[in-house]
Write a protein that binds this ligand. Structure first.
Ligand code: APR
Ligand code: PHB
Length: 389
């Protein structure tokens, strides 16, 4: 088989890139290790920046999102039972939307199916070959045996644990990593959200976040030690701890219920450079990871897709390789700013095991400055809604 772009990974990055390219007549094949249902079973974040919303529209998959999403003008920041709003709409005339990544992925799968997009599920042993030649090819195995696809380019959209990043020789790659000394215990519950906007809370007991998926589905998180096991947390224990960490008014109005999903995720910041090697382009979690505090995971994948999509359009449409040649440089310039913001939000809102009294007073001073200073809130708003592509 031959195609123009082999896309490894059928998560949001791979599906969005495939859908965008297909609509412009560029042929792709998506290779996905799992089944569609398995991919759709993953519970991930739910805040979309304006850039991601624009890409969903350009991909022709925005109809349900427009119908079902929440538009948020701002968010609530809370500390020690006090809270204040940061109003993105007022500060930077931009909003964010709340629409679960699961729904984004579902809409993209439906759209790929409608366009008869080529997706191979349950592939094993993907190997990317001859990337430094103009005869790159990918081999993989399915129940039908060994397969080979010859291609012009490979998009590595296979996430943090994928094969693409590892294909770049170690002496070419530079990896930057920061592992945080805590995790997030998350609960999904069929209960109404506690507030119409998100609440990010820094309490003496640790971080908490009140989020949502729709008017009947809420998503909550509390910071927990990395040694915690999810089975040690009953629903009641989770709700009691969440109430201790959010402002009294929210705790008093919180509607609790059985968790329909409960999990613990570690937090890390990670970037690999470069994001291109020969005919391979890394995209999304394959190249970088952010702590979820700034809601940047999906949105940084989106900006990678934007740069790669336009670079490939320029190559195939005008025979000009400037876009793909500058892909890594342009993607990384935006990625590092999102990494910084995600690190900043995490540092501001969490309690660290080794924090001294001085550290705590600095953290509090920053929260008070954010509460009182419009310029500080504008900087947060610019980053939260998404820096320009
Ligand atoms: N071969 C084929 N597919 C693979 C392989 C492989 N060797 N390794 C991983 N995959 C698949 C995974 O099964 C997954 O469906 O690649 C996909 C990668 O999807 P994601 O991990 O969701 O990464 P990405 O598409 O970049 O989306 C980033 O997902 O993890 C969140 O916070 C992150 O919101 C961000 C978004
Ligand atoms: C979520 O709704 O899952 C979510 C929202 C905002 C974040 C992280 C997670 O910063």
């Amino acid at each position: 088989m031959r195609t123009q772009v082999v896309i490894i990974g059928g998560g949001p990055s791979g599906l969005l890139l495939s859908q965008l390219l297909h609509r412009k007549g560029i042929d792709t094949v998506v290779l996905e290790r799992q089944t569609r249902d398995y991919v759709l079973g993953r519970i991930r974040a739910g805040i979309l920046e304006r850039g991601m919303v624009a890409l969903m529209r350009e991909a022709g998959v925005a109809e349900r999102m427009d119908r079902e999403c929440f538009v948020h003008d701002g968010t609530v920041m809370a500390y020690d039972n006090e809270s204040f709003g940061v109003n993105f709409k007022e500060l930077v005339d931009t909003t964010v939307i709340v629409y679960g990544q699961t729904e984004v992925t579902r809409d993209l799968y439906d759209a790929r199916e409608k366009m008869d997009g080529k997706i191979v599920f349950q592939v094993q042993d993907v190997v990317i070959n001859d990337l430094e030649t103009d005869k790159a090819y990918v081999t993989y195995r399915t129940a039908d045996g060994e397969k080979r696809i010859d291609c012009d380019f490979v998009a590595g959209c296979d996430g943090f644990h994928g094969v693409s990043r590892q294909t770049i020789p170690q002496d070419i790659r530079t990896e930057y990593e920061k592992v945080y000394p805590f995790g997030w215990l998350g609960v999904l519950s069929e209960t109404p959200p506690v507030h119409e906007e998100l609440i990010y809370a820094n309490s003496s007991r640790g971080f908490a976040l009140c989020s949502m998926r729709n008017e009947k589905l809420s998503r909550y998180y509390i910071q927990c030690p990395l040694s915690d096991k999810v089975e040690a947390w009953s629903d009641q224990m989770f709700w009691d701890e969440l109430k201790r960490r959010i402002p009294d008014e929210a705790a008093d109005s919180l509607v609790t219920g059985p968790s329909i999903e409960k999990s613990i995720a570690p937090l890390r910041s990670f970037v690999t450079e470069p994001m291109r090697w020969g005919r391979l382009f890394l995209c999304g979690d394959a190249a970088h990871i952010v702590p979820p505090t700034g809601a940047k995971g999906l949105n940084t994948a989106a900006s990678d897709v934007h740069y790669l999509y336009h670079g490939l359009l320029q190559y195939y449409g005008e025979g000009d390789s400037e876009g793909i040649d500058r892909y890594s440089e342009k993607a990384l310039a935006r990625i590092w700013k999102a990494e910084r913001f995600s690190w900043w939000m995490t540092s501001l809102m969490h309690r660290y095991p080794d924090q001294t009294e001085f550290d705590l007073r600095i953290q509090r001073a920053e929260l008070e400055f954010l509460r009182e200073n419009k310029a500080a809130q504008t900087v947060m708003a610019e980053n939260y809604v998404g820096l320009p592509y």
